[in-house]
Design a protein around this ligand. Structure first.
Ligand code: R1P
Length: 295
């Protein structure tokens, strides 16, 4: 059963074709910039930029710190596409639309998705400005059927019932950890569980306590749907959270988080993220079958 609220494979194809007609080389790696992390795109050379409003079927960015541009270019000799701005369910988009770019990237030939985000810490040992490699996620909206895979399944993308046990690629995680240590960031790098909530409000104290007891180390309002769709269509996924604030879990704690301070931490830390992502991209070796597919 297909209705106007479902995604259409043909729309993704049309978007992919539109982009392929306009870029030099199809990307193999896609990078999504979280709130205030758009500077990641500055590491690319030979760039070609499209505003989201130009691209057929693409949603538009409505959140500060998400400039709404798709940047194609080269990083460490690899063809990449960078989303300067992602879509969130609290903006009013259905989840299939939030994740439409991932399916378009799949059709462009992307093999690896790197997602970054700003997140609040629920973990005692994390400080503002730290980085968390995402080991796993809790998709809160997904558990209540707000899932990007809801609706008719198109087997051309992936199976009806995908397994998510290994969503965040083990090799990429361990390589990123090694890189961070080599770059001298041992004190600020962690590996943990990201929990997605719907937003747009930040968490109440009782909610923060609840999420922490569920096993979440950091909380944000994105990423899980993108990772689910990428895993569904067979991409390797790497996720990185920048800890922009500590989420209050006691009524005595003052929690002064707001979006402006989130963006400010992003600006301060973008060089560390750039460094780590650049080195990780450098480390990726594509398998023979990937190269053949791209030839
Ligand atoms: O997840 P990203 O897009 O990095 O943004 C995070 O920052 C915003 C809140 O300041 C929310 O959108 C939250 O999800």
């Amino acid at each position: 059963m297909q209705n106007k609220d479902d995604f259409r494979y043909e729309d993704c194809e049309e978007t992919a074709r539109w982009l392929l007609d306009r870029v030099q080389s199809p990307p193999v790696i896609a990078i999504i910039c979280g709130s205030g992390l758009g500077l990641l795109a500055d590491t690319l050379t030979d760039i070609k930029t499209f505003d989201y409003v130009q691209i057929p079927h693409f949603p538009t960015s409505t959140v500060a710190g998400h400039s709404g541009q798709l940047v194609f270019g080269i990083l460490q000799g690899k063809s990449c596409v960078v989303m300067k701005g992602r879509f969130h369910v609290y903006e009013g988009y259905p989840l299939w639309k939030v994740t439409l770019p991932i399916r378009v990237f799949k059709l462009l030939g992307v093999k690896v998705l790197m997602v970054t985000n700003a997140a609040g810490s629920l973990c005692e040992t994390y400080s503002t400005g730290d980085l968390m490699i995402i080991r796993d996620h809790i998709n809160m909206p997904g558990l209540a059927a707000l899932n990007p895979l809801r609706g008719p399944n198109d087997e051309r993308f992936g199976p009806r019932f995908p397994s998510l046990w290994d969503t965040y690629d083990k090799d990429l995680r361990s390589t990123a950890l090694e890189i961070a240590r080599r770059l001298g960031h041992t004190d600020l790098i962690h590996e943990g569980v990201y929990c997605m909530v719907g937003g747009p409000n930040f968490e109440s104290v009782a909610e923060a306590r609840f999420l922490q007891r569920l096993g979440a180390d950091a909380v944000g309002m994105s990423t899980a749907p993108e990772a689910v769709v990428a895993k569904h269509c067979g991409m390797r996924v790497f996720g990185l959270s920048l800890i922009t604030n500590r989420v209050a879990q006691a009524y005595e704690m003052v929690d002064s988080v707001d979006h402006t301070s989130v963006l400010e931490v992003g600006k301060q830390r973008s060089n560390v993220l750039q460094e780590l992502v650049t080195e990780l991209v450098k480390s990726i070796n594509f398998k023979e079958e990937d190269k053949q597919e791209l030839a």
